[in-house]
Design a protein around this ligand. Structure first.
Ligand code: AP5
Ligand code: MG
Length: 222
């Protein structure tokens, strides 16, 4: 898998993300605006959404969940709504170009330069499409590590009316995570980009570990 560098991509970022440069305002050299992106990965029910809400409060990121964006599309009755609903009910991955465009649009509409991408990327195709469209590489990957037994317990007691929170679909979601997403986590780990947290503990304990990771990333200007 080829992962490109942020490097010299100001003009590209400007066109893709819709950011203005100083050059446009006063004719001086363009000032690079670096977009920080953290991928938040973990199995179904590992606590991605729960932890992201806490990171937003404490560290000022914007939280974009690919699952939430897809559920919004279904609710809005978009042209792909039925197909997305069917794929989610089967625990399958929705085609990358749909998911990535939703994320890209949400990033463009958000007046922030720090993003938590929750549940994204899920496979190599997600990464390739995201890089092609945005040229952005993540600062690091927060990986919430949790045993399936604990995740199953959480999902079955969530009670938020999610159609994919039934034992049959949960098993399929676990399989997709094992087969498509874990290899990606391993790939990023081999690049030294993964910050792994034991997510089987109570939320506050997990968040203590997460805070240490984000504070250290802040200090390093990552
Ligand atoms: P998505 O919505 O992302 O679902 P998921 O990955 O299965 O994860 P969940 O949202 O169910 O769990 P979570 O990790 O956010 O945990 P939460 O904080 O809610 O994706 C759904 C589907 O959309 C996919 O199957 C796929 O079809 C499609 N999709 C999404 N992204 C895609 C992509 N990139 N490409 C293609 N398709 C994509 O916590 C769960 C429960 O546990 C809550 O009740 C919470 O209160 C509780 N809890 C959390 N932490 C703890 C803790 N430490 N202790 C005790 N309880 C806890
Ligand atoms: Mg979630």
């Amino acid at each position: 898998m080829e992962l490109t560098s942020m490097g010299n991509c100001c003009a590209l970022l400007k066109s893709i993300m819709g950011f203005a440069t100083e050059e446009e305002h006063d004719g001086r050299l363009p000032k690079q605006k670096k977009v920080k992106v953290v991928f938040v990965l973990g199995g179904p029910g590992s606590g991605k959404g729960t932890l992201c809400a806490k990171i937003v409060e404490q560290f000022g990121y914007s939280h974009l969940s690919s699952g939430d964006l897809l559920r919004k599309e279904i609710k809005a009755g978009s042209e792909h709504g039925t197909m997305i609903q069917n794929m989610m009910n089967e625990g399958k991955l929705v085609p990358s170009d749909i998911t990535v465009r939703l994320i890209q649009k949400a990033m463009q509409e958000t007046d922030n330069d720090k993003f938590l991408l929750d549940g994204f990327p899920r496979d190599e195709e997600n990464v390739r499409t995201f890089e092609k469209l945005t040229k952005i590489e993540p600062d690091f990957i927060l990986f919430l590590d949790c045993p399936e037994e604990e995740m199953t317990k959480r999902l079955l007691s969530r009670n938020q009316g999610r159609e994919d929170d039934n034992i049959e679909t949960i098993k399929k979601r676990f399989r997709v995570f094992q087969e498509s997403t874990l290899p990606l986590v391993n790939y990023y780990a081999s690049k030294g980009k993964v910050r792994k947290v034991d997510a089987a503990r109570p939320v506050e304990d997990v968040f203590e570990s997460v805070k240490t990771i984000f504070s250290s990333a802040n200090e390093q200007g990552a």
